[in-house]
Design a protein around this ligand. Structure first.
Ligand code: BG6
Length: 506
């Protein structure tokens, strides 16, 4: 096991939703599993006035997202002892002296070294201010311990602003101190795409244009924008999910084998891949990028509001809650293989998966009408039930050679003693150990923006590009189906990994 140094985690945006829902629970799980170093502290930082005790009550004792073990009543108390709070005005450089002093005191009291992670879980407009102020207060220097900065998404709003943010961060921190988090990369099956490809002999020889017909990626959510209408209306599905999570996923599924399993080798391959994405022309954006917005509908006996009726959303909003696109990767391995990616809110179910469609075999021995035998399909189910499914043809018992598609699947929940860590848990531990493999490097984030930015510009500048409505609880606008040629359509996944071709969960 890698060594985890004694350290302090400082969370900016300490009274926010992410801290309560994901960050504190992630550290708590690491604590329960014995992954924290001997000396460790969490310092929450925000403007609100809390004492240490009040903050502990909020994020530990009253936090509904912490799952304490029933047989260990002292667990919460022991964890809470590591949690502290400091109120500062994050915009005021003078307040960073307060922070520096508090960190020093904590180092003495808790016997941690001066190894600090600063987690930016604030509105994005504060990222560059905080990093600059940390630099002014010398909290970026590494003479007496390492310093790391974790930056939450969204990383930029456009290509320009992403470049600007990157440059601003690099004024105070070096690239190897900056950890741009993308929680999709912390998901078990996302990492499994690498293991399946590069840890076996049977997949990689087929992983190219000669054997693969097309690749589909779906990230569907059944919820709407919930309480985040204000944020979401300024973002939309392309920025919220595709620019980051889904393009990161595309890169892992398609990149070349890295020389080594380390951050630099993987980041280099991902960058190469992003640079091979064929830029979308205006015609491609018109024909191959579909956006939609959910409309109100009744599912069962429940009435769901349309997007424009959600709180915080402009009643005339043209922000997309669904986006689907078709694109190509111009390199030796993937020339002419179409990629289809879609995501949306208020779809029939919550599911994310990657579907690899292999080409049909070239000689159809078992088909009377000489049409292609059913094709092989490999599915990586990322959530909710992590697993892998392979579809292939087998003989139906009896006379003749009737072929039927069968499923071979592996699901993690079948392993009773397998603990599947939450994405934030895995990623935080990696940062604590100085491993940036599952974080995004600046140049590849910019390269992903270069691909997405023309779509955002076209949507902004051309009012004729439609936003299609789709009833809540359906698989998005019909036009998205037409993207996949030959009438085969998308695999509309069900909650159960092996069911498909059905309209489930409606
Ligand atoms: C976030 C988006 O990054 O990812 C949300 O801002 C989205 O809108 C969420 O709901 C999806 O993540 P997960 O892990 O629930 O699939």
């Amino acid at each position: 096991m890698k060594k985890t140094d004694n350290q302090i985690l400082t969370i900016f945006g300490a009274s926010g939703d992410l801290t309560e829902r994901k960050l504190i629970p992630a550290v708590f799980n690491l604590f329960k599993r014995g992954f924290l170093p001997e000396n460790y502290a969490i310092l929450g930082v925000s403007r609100t006035d809390f004492s240490d005790e009040e903050y502990r009550k909020k994020v530990v004792f009253d936090n509904p997202h912490l799952k304490a073990s029933k047989d260990n009543p002292g667990e919460l108390e022991n964890f809470a002892k590591m949690v502290f709070y400091q109120s500062i005005d994050t915009k005021a450089v003078v307040d960073y002296q307060l922070l520096a002093n508090r960190l020093k005191t904590l180092c003495n009291d808790c016997h941690t070294d001066q190894n600090y992670i600063f987690y930016l879980s604030t509105p994005p407009s504060l990222y560059s201010v905080i990093s600059k102020n940390l630099g002014e207060a010398q909290l970026n220097t590494e003479e007496k311990g390492w310093k790391r900065l974790i930056v939450e998404k969204p990383f930029g709003y456009t290509l320009e602003s992403a470049k600007e943010l990157n440059n601003q961060l690099l004024e105070s921190f070096k690239e190897d101190q900056i950890y741009r988090i993308d929680h999709y990369l912390g998901k078990e099956t996302v990492q499994n795409t690498l293991v399946a490809r590069f840890g076996n002999t049977i997949f990689e020889p087929l992983w190219n244009r000669i054997y693969i017909e097309k690749v589909e990626i779906t990230a569907a959510e059944s919820v709407g924008v919930e309480k985040r209408g204000g944020y979401y209306d300024g973002s939309g599905a392309l920025r919220d999910m595709i620019q980051n999570h889904l393009l990161q996923l595309v890169s892992l599924v398609t990149m070349e084998p890295p020389a080594r399993m380390d951050a630099e080798s993987i980041h280099n391959e991902k960058l190469k891949l992003f640079r091979s994405l064929r830029p979308l022309t205006q015609d491609d954006i018109r024909d191959n990028v579909i956006r939609g917005q959910y409309l109100n509908s009744t599912i069962g006996d429940k009435q769901y509001p349309g997007y424009r009726e959600e709180s915080g959303v402009d009643p005339e909003s043209r922000t997309e809650t669904f986006a689907a696109l078709k694109f190509y990767i111009d390199n030796w391995r993937w020339a002419d293989v179409p990629f289809f990616v879609r995501t949306g809110k208020r779809l029939p179910t919550r599911v994310s998966e990657v579907v690899i469609h292999f080409k049909p075999n070239h000689h159809h021995l078992f088909s009377q009408r000489r049409i292609a035998n059913s094709q092989n399909v490999l599915v990586f189910r990322i959530q909710p039930n992590e697993g892998i499914l392979l579809k292939f043809g087998l003989k139906v018992p009896g006379n003749g050679f009737k072929v039927e598609t069968v499923n071979m699947d592996f699901q993690y929940d079948g392993l009773t003693d397998a603990y599947v860590p939450e994405a934030y848990e895995r990623l935080l531990l990696d940062c604590m150990q100085g491993d940036a493999t599952l974080y995004a490097r600046g140049d590849s984030v910019i390269a992903a923006w270069e691909f997405v930015d023309p779509i955002l510009k076209a949507w902004k500048d051309d009012p004729d590009l439609p936003v299609y409505g789709y009833p809540s609880g359906t698989w998005g606008p019909e036009q998205a189906n037409a993207l996949i040629e030959n009438g085969h359509g998308w695999r509309n996944p069900c909650a159960n990994l092996v069911d498909d071709g059905l309209y489930c969960e409606l």
